[in-house]
Write a protein that binds this ligand. Structure first.
Ligand SMILES: Cc1cc2nc3c(=O)[nH]c(=O)nc-3n(C[C@H](O)[C@H](O)[C@H](O)COP(=O)(O)OP(=O)(O)OC[C@H]3O[C@@H](n4cnc5c(N)ncnc54)[C@H](O)[C@@H]3O)c2cc1C
Length: 428
C-alpha cells in the first residue's frame, strides 16, 4: 500500500543510480517507501573509476546484504602496498571492530549494475535513459519534483515527490539547478585510469604510488606531479591510474593522459603497463572532495555522494562515502516521511547534514589540511623520504590515509585520528 498522494509520482525521487542512489533507493524501498530511481544511462554501463574499495566500502556492501565473497565475483585484497621512488611497504588491512579485514575490487560495469538490481529487488522503480535536467520548485522555493528528458527522443517529462535525493555525481546538475554551488576553496581532484592486461592481475595487494617517476632518461629520473594506483581485477587485467589535487601547482596545466603514459613507460616492463596491453580508452573525471558542495539538505533536496562533494581528500575514495551518505539519508528520510509536512518533518531532515558532518566532517577537515600540504612537492617528498621510515608512525599514516580506523573505541592510533579529526577547525 502506498502513502503517496495523488499529485505525486513517488514518495521519494532519487536522481542517479550510482552507489549513492542505488544504496539509498534500496534502504528506502526496504523501509516500505515508494521510490522512483531515475538514471540517465542504461545498465550495465561503464563508469570511469579505480574500481577499488577499502574495507570501509566493503562494510557498506555487507550492510546492504550483498555477498562479498570471492565466489560471488569479488576480488579480495589483503592490504595496501605503498610505493615511493625508494621504498616499498606492504601493510595488511587493519583488523578493526568497524570494518572487515579485506578490501574488494570489481569493475563499475558490474558493480553499479549489481547495486541497481539490488534496489529494484527491494522494490524501487528504476527508470533508465531518463536524464534529469533540473528541479521543479514551489513558489516558496521548495523542491517538489524534477524535470527530465526520456529516451533517444528526449521526451520531456516531469516527476513529483515531496522529497528528492540528488545522487547525480560530480556534475551535480540538480543541486546547481537550485543554486547550490561548489566551494572553490575546498580541494578538487582529477583522476584518469586505463585497464591493462597484466600478470599482476591477481596480486593480493592494491597499490598506492606516492611518487610518480619519469624514467625516460635512466640517468636523470624526474619526479612527476600526482599519485598513482594499481588495483588488480583478477580477470587478467589491472586498473591503473593517477590523480592530482587542485592544491598542486600543475593541476590546471597538466595533460593527464600524457602524464599517465610518461609514468607507466618507466615502470618495469614485466608489469605489462604498456600501450600494446591497454584495453579500451583512458578515461578521466573530477573528484569533488572534502564537502565541496553544501548544504547537504535544503528545501526538500538532499545531496549525497559526489553530488555533495564527499570524496575523501586523503585517498580519492568516494564509493564508501557515497554509500554511507545513502545509509544516513535513508534513515532520516524514513523518519521524516512518517511526520506531517511542516516544521517537524524539516527537523527530521535537518538531522541528515548533521549526521554526515559527524561521520565524515572532521576527518575531511583534516583531509583538506593534508591536501594543502601534499600539494607542495617538497613537503610530500620529505614525508615519503623520512616519515615512511619511522615504523611507529606507519599505522597512523596507513589508517589515516585509508579511513579505516575505529572512530569510537579502537586502539591508541584510532583514538588519535578521531581526536585530530575533532580538533581540526572548519575551513572558511
Ligand atoms: C578515475 C577515477 C578513479 C576513481 N577510483 C575510485 C576508487 O577506486 N574507489 C572509490 O571508492 N572511488 C573512486 N573514485 C570516485 C568514485 O568514482 C565516486 O566517488 C563515486 O562513483 C561516487 O558515487 P555517486 O553515486 O555519488 O556518483 P556516481 O557514481 O557518479 O553516480 C552518479 C549516477 O547518476 C547518473 N546521473 C548523472 N547525472 C544524471 C542526470 N542528470 N539524470 C539522471 N541520472 C544522472 C550517472 O549516470 C550515474 O549513474 C574514482 C573516480 C575517478 C574519476
Amino acid at each position: 500500500m502506498t502513502r503517496r498522494n495523488a499529485d505525486h509520482d513517488a514518495e521519494v525521487i532519487v536522481v542517479g543510480a550510482g552507489p549513492a542512489g542505488s544504496t539509498a533507493a534500496t534502504y528506502l524501498a526496504r523501509a516500505g517507501v515508494d521510490v522512483l530511481l531515475l538514471e540517465k544511462t542504461e545498465f550495465p554501463r561503464e563508469k570511469v573509476c579505480g574500481d577499488g574499495l577499502t574495507p570501509r566500502g566493503v562494510k557498506q556492501l555487507i550492510d546492504l546484504g550483498i555477498d562479498t565473497s570471492e565466489d560471488a565475483g569479488w576480488v579480495h585484497s589483503r592490504g595496501l602496498r605503498i610505493l615511493t621512488g625508494e621504498l616499498t611497504l606492504e601493510l595488511d588491512w587493519p583488523d578493526l571492530t568497524s570494518y572487515p579485514p579485506y578490501g574488494v575490487s570489481r569493475t563499475r560495469q558490474d558493480f553499479d549494475d549489481l547495486l541497481a538490481k539490488t534496489a529494484v529487488k527491494a522494490g524501487a522503480r528504476l527508470y533508465e535513459r531518463t536524464t534529469v535536467t533540473g528541479a521543479i520548485t514551489s513558489p516558496a522555493g521548495r523542491v517538489i519534483g524534477v524535470e527530465a528528458k526520456v529516451g533517444p527522443e528526449k521526451t520531456p517529462v516531469s516527476y513529483r515527490a515531496p522529497l528528492v535525493l540528488a545522487c547525480d555525481g560530480v556534475s551535480a546538475r540538480l543541486a546547481l539547478s537550485v543554486g547550490i554551488q561548489k566551494n572553490e576553496k575546498r580541494p578538487m581532484g582529477v583522476a584518469v585510469r586505463q585497464y591493462y592486461k597484466s600478470p599482476r592481475h591477481d596480486d593480493p595487494f592494491i597499490e598506492g604510488h606516492l611518487e610518480l617517476w619519469d624514467r625516460s632518461d635512466p640517468r636523470d629520473p624526474k619526479l612527476l606531479p600526482g599519485y598513482g594506483w594499481a588495483f588488480p581485477l583478477g580477470d587478467g587485467t589491472v586498473n591503473v591510474g593517477l590523480g592530482m589535487l587542485s592544491t598542486s601547482a600543475a593541476f590546471r596545466s597538466t595533460d593527464y593522459r600524457a602524464l599517465l603514459r610518461q609514468w607507466l613507460d618507466g615502470t618495469p616492463e614485466e608489469w605489462g603497463y604498456r600501450e600494446e596491453n591497454a584495453i579500451g580508452k583512458v578515461g578521466g573525471a573530477g573528484l569533488p572532495m572534502g564537502f565541496n558542495r553544501t548544504p547537504h539538505y535544503r528545501d526538500g533536496l538532499l545531496l549525497l555522494g559526489d553530488a555533495g562533494g564527499m570524496v575523501s581528500p586523503f585517498n580519492g575514495e568516494g564509493i564508501s562515502a557515497a554509500m554511507e551518505s545513502a545509509q544516513l539519508a535513508s534513515e532520516f528520510v524514513v523518519q521524516a516521511l512518517a511526520r506531517r509536512e511542516g516544521p517537524s518533518r524539516e527537523r527530521a531532515l535537518e538531522g541528515y547534514p548533521r549526521a554526515v558532518a559527524e561521520l565524515m566532517g572532521g576527518y575531511y577537515r583534516l583531509g583538506n589540511v593534508f591536501a594543502k600540504l601534499i600539494g607542495k612537492p617538497k613537503v610530500m617528498h620529505a614525508a615519503t623520504k623520512y616519515g615512511l621510515r619511522i615504523n611507529s608512525i606507519l599505522p597512523l599514516v596507513y589508517k589515516g590515509l585509508s579511513g579505516c580506523y575505529d572512530a569510537k573505541g579502537g586502539d591508541g592510533v584510532d583514538r588519535l585520528i578521531a581526536a585530530l579529526a575533532r580538533a581540526t577547525p572548519s575551513p572558511r
